[in-house]
Ligand binder design. Structure first.
Ligand SMILES: C[S@@+](CC[C@H](N)C(=O)[O-])C[C@H]1O[C@@H](n2cnc3c(N)ncnc32)[C@H](O)[C@@H]1O
Length: 239
């Protein structure tokens, strides 16, 4: 079973991507710096308008909406049909009802909305496999793959495709919580040492590493339980 097709994950990700800070976590002492992850990571791209952007493993699409502020065309791809459909709903309606789990059988219906200033008409959502992308995707000025690598069975298959996906001079942002798990990735395909060293050895011939830093994020499971995770972000320029 693909957990990303479940209603549980759909609701959690709609809230994670589009929820207001109060909808996600109103407890005093909440980790404020962990909120807004899907928008924050897009802000790490260099400024200016570009022609094409790609969001791989886009889930329910928030980063794709953020990319649409400055990219004339955004392609957003995810393997989960439920997530792609949720992204399309946000695109068509501008909003979506989320059945937020409070505890046990208690749920609360809340509304999440597409952020102001984004350009939904520039986005194409499609279902696809990041390890086997269609041949005619073309090249992009910005490619984002957020928290995708350690969810792939063979992440190396995406890494070898990246030089073709990013135009010369274009930028690539990878984030990963480095949570390598057998249920997603057979151990034989885990990095042999640190994830950062592995990315450097796989990408440095075709990409220049521009920056690396840590980006926390918060996913709400119930009113009282949250996943606080720190992703490693690396930003690269295609040689
Ligand atoms: C941990 S989530 C991250 C989602 C989103 N980028 C974010 O940062 O919130 C991993 C995403 O990768 C997607 N995914 C898993 N395997 C994939 C594959 N082979 N091709 C494309 N997407 C995939 C899942 O459906 C899920 O949306």
């Amino acid at each position: 079973m693909n957990i990303y097709e479940t209603a549980k994950l759909r609701e959690e990700y709609l809230l994670f991507h589009y929820g207001t800070p109060e909808q996600i976590c109103s407890w005093p002492g909440r980790p404020r710096e962990a909120l807004g992850f899907p928008a924050r990571i897009v802000e790490r791209f260099s400024g200016g308008e570009v022609a094409r952007a790609l969001d791989l493993g886009c889930a329910v699409g928030r980063s794709a909406f953020e990319l649409s502020r400055t990219a004339a065309e955004v392609v957003a791809i995810d393997y989960s049909q439920a997530f792609v459909d949720a992204g399309k709903t946000m695109q068509a309606a501008g909003r979506c009802e989320v059945s937020r789990l409070e505890e046990a059988h208690r749920r609360q219906s809340i509304m999440v909305e597409v952020p102001a200033g984004t350009r939904p008409g520039r986005i194409t959502f499609e279902r696809g496999d990041a390890m086997n992308l269609r041949a005619e995707l073309g090249g992009f000025d910005r490619v984002l793959a957020a928290n995708l690598l350690c969810r792939l069975s063979e992440p190396g298959r995406l890494l070898v495709r990246l030089p073709e996906l990013v135009k010369s001079g274009g930028e690539l942002i990878l984030t990963t919580p480095c949570t390598w798990l057998e249920e997603f990735t057979p151990e034989a395909h885990w990095p042999p040492g640190s994830t950062l060293d592995w990315l450097k050895s796989e990408l440095s011939a075709r990409f220049e590493l521009l920056e690396e830093h840590d980006e926390p994020f918060l996913i709400r499971e119930t009113a009282r339980k949250f996943q606080w995770t720190v992703a490693l972000l690396t930003k690269w320029r295609r040689r």
